[in-house]
Design a protein. Sequence first.
Length: 131
Amino acid sequence: SNAIAGIICAYKQVDDSELKYLKEAISFLDDPEEIQNLVAMVKQKALPELSILKLERQPAFFILRHLTCITVSDGKLASSEGQFLKKIGLRLGFEIPFINELIQWAKQQALLDKELEKIWLVAKSSTAYYQ
């Protein structure tokens, strides 16, 4: 959760698309104090300290992929966001070339998601035509 707050705060501006991910992160927390700390961190736009997190590759990848998607969800990747994301990736045991590759994938995915939203708007407003 600290990493999510950090990713959101790295750009110093919280975007609506990023708030969605913050709410999702909060939903996984059970401790009300941890939730308050997370919200306070985002409000203060404070970057958290990150320690090394030794995990199996699958959960480490899941965390990094999810955080990478958050960083590009607003269609931008500020230098500060990219640097913080790389710091998280290194703390999870990934190397910079891999992190860069994941960032490129997430950017492409964000573009595809925007296109899918446009397609859905057309489908949603269309009249069903059965043959």
